[in-house]
Design a protein around this ligand. Structure first.
Ligand SMILES: *Cc1c(COP(=O)(O)O)cnc(C)c1O
Length: 413
């Protein structure tokens, strides 16, 4: 196909890739092209031994002494400090706790309660479902509060004196569009509103500068590009200038100033501590720690450059090699406004996705008609992308996706 890259050209790109050695930090099944690291990051090679050590040597041998002896009690703070440089935050502004959903709850309520005269949680329609659902639950819980959704291009203009918090996802889970954090944060502050960024599809894949953008709050996932494993603990960020002013509604004992005084009355701890709630999940933290090790020595500028190179190749492949197959590019064409996955719409996206998975090319499907292909700079190669494009072309040309076996829906897509 004229114009479309050759395999040799893709391999030349890989040879020049400064991140190519990092693929060895992961265990990927032979022959599989895994394009779903934005949904569940691959298994780091070091994780099984790390988790086994936490289970056998720590839990098994040292039992409860491990809380002190192995620093278990410090894990939320220690891992938060490891995530901080990936998102442009101070080490004492990030803590690891709970799920992204629970952390959204804590921060949206905190923002609303810090601004009792403002009634609105402002977000975009089509935001990630849990973000919308949590906001809706809070509006039911707090008298007089409401959720307002406005198309993302109109958000800045919609912020007003009634906006308590603007809640946005930095890289959209479905479209892959990346928002301008600096300008939207400035727009929120100009109207006296707080802003909360969901970094689930950003952290570890695209540049994020929370402090540089003067962002107020953020949350994000541990199991996507951070490779922390299924259901890994999540993180939250609160700007240092808001510590003490934003109060978590989940006043669990781990956020108390002195949990082991066992007093009857709640008193919040310092810094990010009040955003902890219960006992940290140590086995999940061990796996997340090993996931974060995969970023040791990695330049985020090189991660960004590779993400853009991979997504540009994939977009070119779909448009040139798969022209006429009925795909519509959903992801923005400008690399500065897209994250690290490429989404294409197709009326039979579900079936196409299943046919690809059956052939060892793993992407995913988002209703109603999006095929999502995630590009993880630490382990996806240009050759992977090239082979994936060839497989997509084959599935479309042969109409292999029409096999009725691919029409059956699973519980998790
Ligand atoms: C993946 C994702 C979540 C997931 O939240 P959980 O509580 O971990 O299930 C939330 N928000 C966004 C934007 C996501 O992409």
């Amino acid at each position: 196909m004229s114009g479309w890259t050759t395999l040799a050209e893709a391999q030349t790109m890989d040879a020049a890739d400064p991140l190519r050695a990092y693929r060895d930090r992961f265990t990927l099944p032979e022959g599989l092209i895994y394009l779903d690291g934005n949904s569940l990051g691959a298994l780091p090679r070091a994780t099984p031994a790390r988790v086994a050590a936490a289970v056998e040597a720590q839990w098994g041998h040292d039992l409860i002494a491990s809380w002190n002896k192995h620093g278990w009690i410090e894990a939320p703070v220690r891992l938060g400090a490891r995530i901080a440089p990936l998102i442009g935050a101070g080490a004492d502004e990030v803590i690891v706790a709970d799920s992204t959903s629970a952390n959204l709850f804590k921060l949206i309520v905190a923002a609303c309660q810090a601004q009792p005269d403002r009634t609105t949680i402002l977000t975009e329609p089509g935001n990630f479902p849990t973000d919308l659902y949590i906001a809706q639950g809070i509006a039911d819980l707090l008298p007089g509060r409401q959720v307002r959704t406005v198309p993302v291009g109109e958000i800045a203009a919609a912020i007003d004196g009634d906006t308590a918090v603007v809640m946005l996802t930095h890289v959209h889970y479905k479209t892959g569009a990346m928002l301008d954090m600096a300008s939207l944060t400035m727009a929120a502050h100009a109207k006296g509103a707080l802003i909360l960024w969901d970094l689930s599809h950003s952290v570890g894949a695209v540049p994020v500068d929370l402090v540089g953008c003067d962002a107020d709050m953020a949350v994000g996932c541990g199991y996507k590009y951070l490779n922390g494993g299924p259901g890994a603990p999540a993180f939250l960020y609160v700007a240092g200038r808001l510590h003490g002013r934003l109060r978590s509604p989940m006043t669990g004992w781990m956020g108390h100033r002195a949990p082991f005084d066992f007093g009857d009355d709640y008193a919040p701890g310092e810094g990010m501590a009040p955003f902890l709630c219960g006992t940290p999940p140590i086995l999940g933290m061990a796996a997340l720690d090993a996931g974060l090790d995969t970023f040791d020595g990695v330049s985020m500028a090189e991660v960004t450059a590779k993400s853009r190179s991979l997504s540009a190749l994939l977009i070119a492949g779909i448009e040139q090699r798969c022209a006429g197959a009925g795909f519509t590019l959903v992801t923005p064409r400008d690399p500065a406004t897209r994250g690290s996955h490429v989404s294409v719409a197709h009326p039979h996206a579900w079936e196409v996705c299943q046919a690809l998975i059956a052939r060892g090319v793993v992407g995913d499907f988002r209703a109603p008609e999006v095929l999502r292909l995630g590009l993880t700079p630490l382990y996806t190669s240009h050759e992977d992308v090239w082979r994936a494009v060839e497989m997509i072309a084959e599935v479309m040309e042969t109409e292999a996706w029409r096999d009725p076996a691919y029409a059956e829906r699973a519980a998790v897509t």
